[in-house]
Design a protein around this ligand. Structure first.
Ligand code: PMP
Length: 451
């Protein structure tokens, strides 16, 4: 074991030699992970951890269905997508069939003339969430002939030039607020726990302020092309939007002639449990949806779902082509992921185990005053740690120490939010009730015995 610990040390030194300092890693002394199985990760010393952070591997690690799909398809064909591939059409149709009220390929159930219910019938596949966001912004600009994108404060949307420009989180990009390009407008974040207005019923207040921003932009000749936000505030730790916010925000954006983009990279794809998509929590239908992380269970796939009208506007900018985006291999993987999600009832598991986990955290909050609000839904939860529930002073140092101690006890959980004081809980959707109880018990132990 000692030799293997040295190996982890060597690995860290190796990393420091060849990677940039901005390339983030976790923990003071990160473990060297060698293997994953379902919702567990195993390090080189043979130690197993419950993995509470892997929202990319939605099915869990080492999924045999995905392994078989890769193995089979890579022997048959994997090339770029300028020809016709059955897998591409099949996967795109399967994605469209996941949309609410959808009655089959073509999006026939949507009323294309009702601006509140756009016809989402077109899929563009890329390789990552950043690319999906980048493309979504381009689509909004091309379709409206305008430039301005409205993003919310404290959000993460990716690392490419455009997705980074709408990444407003000071944690992820401390320089972003100063150097933001003039086509980006940053609107207030409707965080009902910490924001300008507090409480569930504050949706209309935030939406009204957004409306005032849109009016001001219009009067400055900077009419809105698109409004991008996560349907649940993922970067803040899974904070649910205040009642009515998204519906009213979308209505105001559409009234101003803009398009509504839902970034579902983190919160979509079954993780909410009670709904497949995050935007369904608010009863809205976006004009453009971005997806990525869990689509390939770790295999790089990203995508944009929109209407043909919007997608066709890209033609004004020439061709759209991604060498690896939508190749037969990634489509086969995507299909295998959707099959497994259905066969294993993972969305339902997210609902049931997520509720159990949230109930467990809420019960801990009764005994541990450091636990403030419990955010989220399904298996996207956030346990916000505060020094004082009245002032909401963030318990940032405590949160980091608690994560380190939890790791020693076999639970991998990390912090998020601008204040790094929220334990983000977004495990593979196959998390069992037994492991959920284990995680709650270990957190109880840390909070009871010190960290
Ligand atoms: N949007 C959101 C909401 C995200 O959380 C992320 C990744 N954390 C991205 C976009 C970018 O995705 P990727 O890392 O696949 O480029």
């Amino acid at each position: 074991r000692l030799a293997q610990r040295d190996e982890a040390g060597d690995e860290q030194r190796r990393r420091e030699r060849i990677f940039a300092s901005a390339q983030e890693r976790y923990y003071e002394r990160p473990m060297q992970i060698e293997r994953g199985w379902r919702h567990h990760l195993i390090d080189t010393t043979g130690r197993a951890y419950v993995d509470m952070v892997n929202n990319v591997t939605g099915l869990g690690h080492g999924h045999p269905g995905v392994a078989d799909a890769v193995n089979r398809q890579i022997r048959i064909l994997n090339t770029n997508s300028r020809f016709l591939y059955r897998e591409l059409a099949e996967y795109s149709e399967r994605l469209l069939a996941l949309l609410p009220d959808h009655s089959g390929p073509g999006g026939a159930a949507f009323d294309g003339d009702d601006p509140e219910r756009p016809r989402l019938d077109t899929v563009l596949l890329v390789n990552s969430g950043s690319e999906a966001v980048d493309l979504a912004l381009r689509l909004a600009q091309a379709a409206t002939g305008r430039k301005t994108i409205v993003a919310l404060r404290e959000a993460y949307h990716g690392w490419t030039m455009a997705s980074d420009a709408v990444t407003t989180s000071a944690y992820d990009n401390p320089f972003a607020l100063e150097n933001r390009p003039d086509w980006v407008h940053v609107a207030d974040v409707p965080n009902r726990f910490r924001g300008t207005y507090r409480g569930r019923g504050t949706g209309p207040d935030y939406a009204r302020d957004l409306g005032a921003d849109l009016e001001r932009l219009g009067s400055e000749g900077r009419e809105v092309a698109g409004f991008i936000c996560e349907s649940v505030l993922g970067n803040a730790g899974g904070v649910l939007l205040p009642d009515g916010y998204l519906a009213e925000a979308y209505a105001r954006v559409r009234e101003a002639g803009g398009l509504c983009i839902a970034d579902e990279v983190q919160v979509g794809f079954g993780r909410m449990g009670s709904s497949f998509w995050g935007f369904e929590q608010s009863g809205v239908v976006p004009d453009i949806i971005t997806i990525a992380k869990p689509m390939g269970n770790g295999f790089p796939i990203g995508g944009v779902i929109t209407s043909k009208r919007i997608a066709d506007a890209l033609a004004s900018q020439g061709q759209f082509f991604s060498s690896a985006g939508g190749n037969p291999l990634s489509c086969r993987v995507g299909l295998a992921v959707l099959d497994a999600m259905e066969e294993e009832g993972l969305q339902e598991n997210a609902r049931i185990v997520g509720r159990r986990l949230a109930d467990g955290f809420r019960a801990l909050a009764e005994r541990h005053p450091i636990i403030g609000p419990i955010h989220g839904e399904g298996l996207y939860l956030g346990v916000e740690l505060v020094r004082d529930r009245g002032t909401m002073e963030p318990a940032t140092a405590e949160a980091a120490a608690i994560c380190e101690r939890l790791r020693e006890l076999g639970v991998i959980v990390l912090t998020t939010s601008e204040r790094s004081n929220v334990l983000k809980v977004k495990p593979p959707l196959c998390l069992t009730a037994e492991s959920a109880d284990f995680v709650v018990a270990q957190l109880d132990r840390v909070l009871s015995t010190g960290w």
